[in-house]
Design a binder for this molecule. Structure first.
Ligand code: FAD
Ligand code: GLY
Length: 371
């Protein structure tokens, strides 16, 4: 039986990010992926690093988002150097639009609250983004919220982890994690593996392991649908959002439009209703997008938790079993900090204690909410 220091269940961006950081430290790491690497929520993501677009509160979750977002600049260079993979980081910022005078006043007020925000009056917004609807009343520029290609980040993490000796098993679903000797037996249809420590990072499917290991299952799927167009020429440079609709121009010329949100829906197929709703909304933001060719439509399941915060930490009773899951709408944004926090936990370096306290499994056991 093969023996590893750390076995990671799930080869999405979270599992692969952790594998990369631990393998870089010289640990013997294995990733067990039930399907293909990054094939679930990670590939469905628009890739926004929306520390501000996704957060109204200014709490510790916001701090987590901001710290993670700010790692991307150096991580991008590091992954390029280690693997030759471009994670397609774009730092154009995002435009939050206003369609009424009241919304414009609200955005103007918000601009005064953060050095990263800048209010652009209607005419100036058009100068920057001429395709925007003539009905807008202004835009708030969130200067620092960039974007990446989630699947490329995941793939680069995998290649980097492999370079440092990690083993990656695809089409290898973990069925059971069971205590054996001083470590754990990881059972898959391809055989069993022994690992001293195990990290569950299997997105919304992590719920099975919470249950199997005697804990309440906090995981809930939130289905999200997107579609993409490929305009003949560049129509937008910044990510734009308004009323649960975002438009994300990618490096390859495609423009992603997302996303719907359906709670407790395990069906991961995009629907006519979902995609047509997005098509209506997006034409309000950029009317000319109606003429562009559709090249793709997809959906996947966001891993939400009861309080919408992720879990990072050790099982309260099984020493050596850890969870890094529940990233809901922000797994791409949060992958860099998650991988460093999990490294911190495994190596016991105590660099991220404040995040460990806030996002530990204690709130699961006590029933206390993170927020
Ligand atoms: P996943 O990517 O789902 O990976 C989990 C992996 O575990 C899967 O590959 C699965 O096959 C595997 N697995 C499951 N069970 C087992 C098992 N028993 N054994 C082995 N492997 C198993 N986030 C952002 O930050 N920015 C965005 O712009 C953004 N946009 C999004 C748009 C949409 C439409 C959706 C759906 C999500 C979006 N997200 C975004 C959220 C982000 O995609 C997720 O938070 C993130 O991908 C979660 O990563 P993960 O690795 O935990 O999960
Ligand atoms: N963060 C964007 C989404 O989840 O749709």
């Amino acid at each position: 039986m093969k023996v590893f220091d750390v076995g990671i269940v799930g080869g999405g961006i979270i599992g692969q990010g952790i594998a990369y950081q631990l393998a870089k430290e010289g640990l013997k790491v294995a990733v067990f992926e039930g399907g293909t690497i990054g094939g679930k929520a990670t590939s469905a993501a628009a890739g926004m690093l929306g520390a501000h677009s996704e957060n109204e509160e200014r709490d510790i979750f916001y701090e987590l988002c901001l710290e993670s977002r700010n790692i991307y600049e150096t991580l991008s260079a590091e992954l390029m150097e280690q693997t030759g993979i471009d994670i397609e980081l774009i730092n154009e910022g995002m435009y939050r639009l206003a369609f009424t005078e009241e919304e414009a006043v609200e955005l103007q007020k918000l601009a005064e609250t953060n050095v990263e925000f800048e209010f652009h009056p209607r005419e100036y917004a058009f100068e920057n983004e001429p395709s925007l609807s003539k009905s807008i009343k202004g835009a708030l520029w969130l200067k620092g919220d960039g974007q990446v290609k989630g699947s490329s980040v995941c793939y680069a993490f995998m290649k980097g982890a492999q370079k440092f000796g990690a083993k990656v098993f695809e089409q290898c679903p973990v069925m059971e994690i069971k205590k054996e000797g001083g470590g754990y037996k990881i059972s898959t249809p391809s055989g069993s593996f022994l690992s001293n420590k195990v990290i569950v990072a299997s997105g919304v499917w992590s719920g099975i392991f919470f249950e199997q290991l005697g804990l309440n299952n906090p995981m809930k799927p939130v289905k999200g649908e997107c579609f993409a167009v490929k305009p003949k020429k560049i129509i937008i440079k910044k990510t734009v959002f308004y009323d649960h609709c975002y438009i994300v121009p990618k490096k390859d010329g495609k423009v992603i439009i997302g996303a719907t949100s359906y709670e407790n829906d395990w069906d991961a197929n995009p629907t006519v209703k979902g995609i047509s709703g997005l098509m209506t909304k997006v034409q309000k933001l950029i009317p000319s997008i109606g003429d562009e060719p559709i090249v793709d439509a997809w959906s996947s399941l966001r891993p939400q938790t009861e309080d919408s915060w992720p879990y990072f930490g050790e099982h309260p009773e099984y020493n050596g079993i850890y969870f890094a899951t529940g990233h809901y709408r922000n797994g791409i944004l949060l992958a860099p900090i998650t991988s460093l926090i999990m490294k911190d936990i495994i190596l016991n370096t105590k660099k991220y204690q404040r995040f460990l306290n806030a996002f530990s499994l204690n709130r699961l056991c006590s029933g206390a909410k993170g927020r």
